[in-house]
Write a protein that binds this ligand. Structure first.
Ligand code: B12
Ligand code: SF4
Length: 438
């Protein structure tokens, strides 16, 4: 029987050691899905490198490696090692798709973008000794088989399994990788298919799921219909979407009522100028507090993703961001330095303006400035970024955002959980690890 080894690589830390954890709280869907798209005549194994070691002496025939964000550099190192050992190596996932020519230098074939329509052909071509350099076919309808969760549920993962709703996003933020691959397209799966996967997850004994979707409010009617069905299954779920959901109280209630416990929002910045600059002019930071309050009042917890270093940012506005997070009692805030990722519009803009200060794209990790900001030096930006993290994860701020809040005793277990997550993030920040891959 032929064997396929699927690997999700882990990023390197600042000493170039692969970041390791005992438990991976959130797992992606890409590899379980690829496994289910693989012909039944193949044996498949999945390795999540964050929690497992890579079996370099495997007897697998094909090694296929994912590439998420700055973990691409680790993916390339793994690819080169397997090539050295004479294996057939495939790279796929976001970064390999966005820099496919570069990725090809280290492997036999690159899958660009969605794998659904090409993975079967790739396996067939391999069997016929006829692998092509690139496989690319964008899908127009999103329909996927039941993912091979059996290949990950025996691992030390969290209590949420991933289920996909939609893929892509109608917006076009200049720094965004999703826009690069989907160009304003939002593909959604049939509600019956999404429910099939959620029911399966429940049968496996999981009562929580991660609804993977780049922006679940991309299609309001679809979301309402989906939530009405999810409610019947009595489960808890998390997802991410645009903060604009905070304007729509009716929708918020339907979403909360269906079991949504927390949503993550890419707020990006409290500076309107910065948002305009990122082609995110539809977002209005002066409205953020009101929208956040509406969301929190509906019973949904708010976690945020923000970036610093856009042209509207000053050292003072970055400092004020800590105040914003504290005042709005954001339970799980995360930050990145705005980074021009090759393939994005923002990368081309920075390149044209000659503002890329560090050309070594493989060193980009979202926590060190690589471009020349408008209102500070790259060094000042990196320092302001870590100062912001230190301030937001000071004990005072952690207590204020998680413990000292109205209704704490009604939902003590929940806020204690967030308190623990914050302590863990603090521990990572002290070691200069961006808190993200738990
Ligand atoms: C769940 C998730 C996570 C989870 C789980 C990660 C994991 N290791 O499995 C957590 C929270 C841990 C995480 C962490 C990170 N993530 Co993440 N994550 C996601 C998210 C929300 C969903 C991924 C998913 O399962 N999608 C559903 C599946 C079906 O789609 P897919 O992954 O795109 O897979 C399809 C194709 O891409 C392809 N494919 C995917 N992998 C592979 C591999 C091979 C070999 C092949 C052939 C094909 C292939 O086939 C699939 C079917 O078509 C995406 C957003 C998104 N739009 O996908 C971000 C996303 C992938 N993450 C991103 C980033 C940046 C990160 C971090 C680097 C964040 C950070 N700064 O630290 C870390 C790195 C983690 C790591 N490498 O271990 C970026 C990647 C951007 C980029 N240019 O690379 C995304 C796109 C978010 C965003 N909007 O920017 N992430
Ligand atoms: S709203 Fe989010 S997913 Fe959509 S383009 Fe902007 S950053 Fe990307």
């Amino acid at each position: 029987m032929k064997k396929l080894l699927l690997i999700q690589s882990t990023p390197y830390d600042s000493d170039k050691r692969p970041i390791k954890k005992k438990k991976l709280y959130f797992v992606g869907l890409g590899l379980p899905l690829l496994a289910s798209l693989t012909p039944k005549s193949w044996e498949v194994e999945i390795i999540l490198e964050t929690i497992e070691d890579i079996p370099f002496d495997t007897d697998a025939d094909i090694i296929a490696i994912g590439s998420m964000g700055h973990a691409i550099i680790r993916s390339i190192d793994i690819a080169m090692e397997f090539k050295r050992r004479g294996k057939t190596v495939i790279l796929g996932g976001y970064m390999a798709s966005m820099m496919a020519l570069e990725a090809k230098m280290y492997c036999d074939s690159v899958v660009i973008g969605d794998a659904e329509n090409v993975w079967g052909n790739l396996i067939e071509d391999y069997e016929e000794g006829n692998l092509k350099d690139f496989y690319k076919e964008q899908i127009n309808n999103l329909s996927t088989p039941l993912p091979r969760f059996d290949l990950i549920t025996n691992k030390n993962i969290g209590d949420f399994l991933p289920v996909q709703g939609g893929r892509g996003c109608p917006n076009s933020c200049s720094f965004c990788s999703v826009y690069c691959l989907y160009k304003n397209k939002y593909l959604k799966r049939d509600i019956s298919e999404v429910l099939r996967d959620i029911r399966h997850i429940k049968e496996l004994g999981f009562n929580k799921f991660l609804l993977l979707d780049d922006n679940i409010v991309s299609d309001r009617e679809y979301l309402i219909d989906l939530c009405k069905e999810i409610k019947k299954l009595d489960m808890q779920w998390l997802s991410q979407c645009s903060i604009s959901i905070g304007k729509d109280l009716e929708l918020l209630n339907i979403v909360a009522d269906s079991g949504c416990i927390a949503l993550s929002f890419g707020l990006e910045s409290i500076s309107k100028e910065s948002l305009n600059d990122m082609d995110k002019s539809w977002a209005d930071p002066s409205k953020y507090p009101e929208l956040i309050e509406n969301i929190q009042n509906s019973g949904i917890d708010v976690s945020t993703e923000m970036v610093v270093g856009a042209d509207g940012d000053t050292l003072e506005s970055i400092k004020n961001t800590a105040k914003f997070i504290k005042e709005n009692k954001i339970v799980v805030p995360r930050f990145y330095i705005l980074t021009p990722i090759p393939g994005t519009k923002y990368f081309s803009q920075m390149k044209e303006q000659n503002r890329i200060f560090n050309e070594d794209i493989y060193s980009y990790n979202g926590s060190e400035a690589v471009h020349i900001p408008k209102n500070m030096s790259p060094k000042q930006l990196t320092k302001a970024y870590w100062d912001l993290y230190e301030e937001v994860f000071s004990f005072k701020s952690i207590f204020k955002r998680t413990i000292f809040r109205k209704g704490i005793f009604k939902r003590l277990d929940k806020y204690l959980f967030y308190f623990m997550v914050n302590l863990y993030y603090r521990y990572q920040i002290k070691r200069r690890i961006t808190p993200n891959i738990i």
